[in-house]
Design a protein around this ligand. Structure first.
Ligand code: NAD
Ligand code: 6OD
Length: 486
């Protein structure tokens, strides 16, 4: 791949005066160059999106838009291999994972929101009037307008389509900006929506960075009505300030420092296997990953040793190899950050049971961004290692004695995204759901998704919820109509 990836504006692929290189996380070699949008490109994309709001798209019904979304899903399935290739090239993730998680979820997102918008009921109330008659109140959902969709690099296509699908279902138009690290699957998606018959200007794509680049130009653009953002909490705060100036609606899905809790009554085989997934999937680069694990004291040592043993067996390879349990981090910069946390953990007094460094392959992968999965113990709750999001394959394990202590430890965080609880006690399973100050609690599982359910975080992990009807609430404006029936 040596071409320059271009923006997609008003139904056409367009370039820019500036571009930047995209490097492979597997080897560090250049994969392609990518156009970097300047202010005028972002102006063009927003203008196209605004214009499309006044065109045929504005006259579509919910069922017509649902039919378009299903065509997009069909087309995504037809382009399955292209999407897998794009996602694997940009991230270095195992082909097996892209084929079973990332790419199927793109089609599923379009189908789910086609169903959700088709089935959504309206609201109406009969109201008494002063004269003894009746008035009818009913709520009309309208598109919120032009939505800026800004997403990160860890699950690029899954996260992009998670926002584009409901926005289109609601009749909005979008300008999307994928991460500078993962431009390729978004470019294939532009071809897919075009070929599925989406009118020009409804879906626009600009590439570039955040500050002083496409991201910043987009969020402060007066033609943008709403911003849906997934990424770091600090970036969310910056975008929030800009959104406040423009009085724009925001939906923020931000960082996590998620707890896992393993009670002594748990099925330990399932808890170990589940924690291997929750700590190390996607190289630990999932906002929902477990970075703090609390294990009830009677099983603490056994559990820690079993988790470390599984991490020691980590399977490295090339993305096309079967059976991989690892992948590179997204970039050398991110690898430096994660290795910096491995050093910090040692400086803060951690015992490193496994990992804490990077593998050496003796081949081209030494130019890539690999680190070893890492299991730590021995750190206090207020160390930086235990408070800051690392976003790598690393988990600190600490003991607890009783249920209240477990919840207190888990809740003692600036973040509040997700928790994974392992227990056979049904009452405790439900108590955990209420006691944990997070947006998502999984019991005896992790990252099991129903796209109709609410998704999002508390505290520094986000603002608002998406998923199911929550997404329809964000991607629409509601007008209440009150008619005096006499
Ligand atoms: P990031 O915040 O650095 O970047 C995310 C996106 O924002 C990128 O497209 C980037 O170019 C853009 N951006 C950066 N600065 C900007 C600015 N000033 N204005 C406009 N756009 C800007 O995040 P990242 O490093 O790409 O992703 C990792 C982070 O994302 C982690 O913190 C992770 O927890 C979080 N995340 C959260 C969720 C969730 O659902 N809560 C999901 C995935 C990832
Ligand atoms: O499953 C989803 O819908 C979702 N938004 C997942 C986020 C994963 C974070 O990295």
């Amino acid at each position: 791949m040596t071409d320059t990836l271009r923006h997609f504006i008003d139904g056409e692929f367009t370039g820019s005066a500036k571009d930047f290189p995209k490097l492979s996380p597997v080897t560090g070699e250049m994969l392609c160059r990518v156009a970097e949008a300047g202010e005028s490109d972002v102006d063009d994309a927003v203008a196209a999106a605004r214009q499309a709001l006044r065109g045929p798209w504005a006259r579509t019904t919910e069922l017509e838009r649902a039919a378009v979304l299903r065509r997009v899903a069909d087309e995504a399935e037809r382009r399955f291999d292209d999407l897998v290739a794009a996602e694997v090239a940009d991230t270095g993730k195992p082909v097996d994972q892209a084929r079973t998680l990332d790419v199927p979820r793109a089609a599923a997102n379009f189908r789910a929101f086609a169903d959700i918008v088709s089935a959504a009921a309206g609201e109406s109330f009969l109201t008494g009037t002063a004269g003894g008659g009746r008035a009818l109140n009913y709520a009309v959902r309208k598109p919120v307008g032009v939505v800026a969709v800004i997403v990160p690099w860890n699950l690029p296509l899954l996260l992009l389509t998670w926002k584009v699908a409901p926005a289109l279902a609601c009749g909005d138009t979008v300008v999307v900006k994928p991460s500078e690290e993962t431009p390729s699957s978004a470019a294939v998606l532009a071809e897919i929506v075009r070929d599925a018959g989406l009118p020009p200007g409804v879906f626009n794509l600009v590439h570039g960075f955040g500050p002083d680049s496409a991201g910043e130009y987009l969020v402060r653009h007066p033609g943008v009505d709403a911003i849906t953002f997934t990424g770091e909490s600090a970036t969310g705060a910056t975008i929030g300030r800009s959104a406040a100036d423009g009085v724009k609606a925001v939906s923020f899905e931000l960082g996590g420092k998620n707890a896992g809790i393993v009670f002594a009554d748990a099925d330990l085989d399932a808890a170990v296997a589940g924690t291997v997934r929750s700590a190390f999937t996607n190289g630990g680069q999932v906002c929902l990953c477990t970075e703090r694990l609390y294990v009830q004291r009677p099983v603490f040592e056994e559990f820690t040793e079993r988790l470390a043993a599984r991490a020691r067996e980590a399977v490295f390879g090339w993305p096309t190899d079967p059976g991989l349990t690892t992948m590179p981090l997204i970039s050398r910069d991110h690898r430096e950050k994660v290795l910096g946390y491995y050093r910090l953990a040692r400086d803060e007094g951690a015992e490193v049971h496994v990992g804490g460094d990077h593998p050496v392959f003796g081949d081209a992968r030494d130019g890539g961004a690999y680190v070893r999965p890492t299991v730590l113990t021995g750190l206090g709750e207020h160390t930086r290692t235990n408070r800051e999001e690392i976003f790598g394959p690393v988990c600190h394990v600490a003991p607890f004695d009783d249920e209240d202590e477990a919840y207190a430890l888990a809740n003692d965080s600036d973040y509040g995204l997700a928790a994974a609880v392992w227990t056979r006690d049904v009452g405790r399973a439900h108590r955990a759901g209420s006691a944990l100050d997070v947006g998502l609690v999984w019991v005896n599982t992790w990252f099991l998704r129903d796209l109709r359910s609410p998704f999002g975080g508390t505290k520094a992990s986000g603002i608002g919820r998406e998923g199911g009807l929550r997404s329809l609430d964000f991607y629409t404006e509601t007008t209440n109509v009150c008619v005096d029936l006499g």
